[in-house]
Ligand binder design. Structure first.
Ligand code: SF4
Ligand code: SF4
Ligand code: FES
Length: 242
């Protein structure tokens, strides 16, 4: 049982009250056994400041809402145990995304935009017939699609990406993973050329510097390096220079 007293330095800013400049506020929290940053934040909200803003839904690393910079690293607050952190913990909102207030950012709007830009739906000419049995898919293909679908849209890969931090509209690893997901899906009828109209740009695979911060920091441990290599191989196969 731990008896540390933790000091949380938390970013505070309300974009709707721009007259109050951003500042850092300190809170002390008695550490509990198995405490996560999320639990500590709830304690702060219950006992110190009910107005502090941060996001959560599932508390179980499923919804992706609670991502923030924890001592400078993009991580999920509900998955990060305080015992793995030093006594002084600095919490900042994820960069790149629109700030809602304090630690809360709008990843939802960013990922909706990504879905539209990458046309994240099955493209097919086949008319839907509710009477016809579903087509079978081989197990490995289904598993590969499932692997890419495990993205919880937390935004950690985007926040950690140097390119995304300097280039507006860069899709980052989440976007490349998304495109790869449809490329491997045999139900999607898009040609290679059509795919590369989507991904063959500075916003897509050309903007990626390949330093792999995204791969290191994805809380779902998605094989982002592999997805990037897969997309690049496909582009090379079609004669695109990457
Ligand atoms: S490898 Fe590419 S997508 Fe991943 S962090 Fe680096 S630049 Fe961003
Ligand atoms: S790829 Fe990983 S880090 Fe990026 S949004 Fe999805 S789950 Fe989060
Ligand atoms: S609250 Fe859902 S991932 Fe943390």
């Amino acid at each position: 049982m731990s008896n540390r007293t933790l000091t949380f330095n938390i970013f505070r800013f309300d974009p709707y009250r721009p007259e109050v400049a951003p500042y850092m506020q300190s809170f002390s929290v008695e550490e509990l056994d198995g405490m996560t940053v999320f639990v500590a934040l709830n304690k702060i909200r219950e006992t110190e400041d009910t107005a502090i803003k941060f996001d959560f839904v599932c508390r179980a690393s499923i919804c992706g809402s609670c991502a923030m910079l924890i001592n400078g690293r993009p991580q999920l607050a509900c998955k990060t145990l305080t015992r793995n952190l030093p006594k002084k913990i600095t919490l900042m909102p994820l960069p790149v995304f629109k700030l809602i207030g304090d630690l809360s950012v709008d990843t939802g709007a960013w990922f909706r935009h990504l879905s539209l830009k990458t046309k994240s739906w099955i493209h097919t000419d086949k008319a839907f017939d509710p009477q016809v049995l579903e087509e079978r898919m081989d197990n490995q293909t289904a598993l590969d699609i499932y692997e890419a679908e495990r993205c919880i849209e937390c935004g950690c890969c985007i926040a950690s990406c140097a390119t995304a931090n300097i280039m507006e509209d860069f899709w980052g690893a989440a976007g490349i993973n998304r495109v790869a997901r449809f490329m491997i899906d045999p139900r999607d009828g898009r040609s290679g050329k059509e795919y590369f109209e989507v991904i063959g740009s500075e916003q897509g695979a050309f903007g990626c510097m390949g330093l792999m911060a995204c791969d290191d920091l994805c809380p779902m441990e998605l094989p982002l390096q592999m997805q990037l290599a897969f997309v690049r191989r496909k582009m090379l196969g079609l004669g695109f220079k990457v």
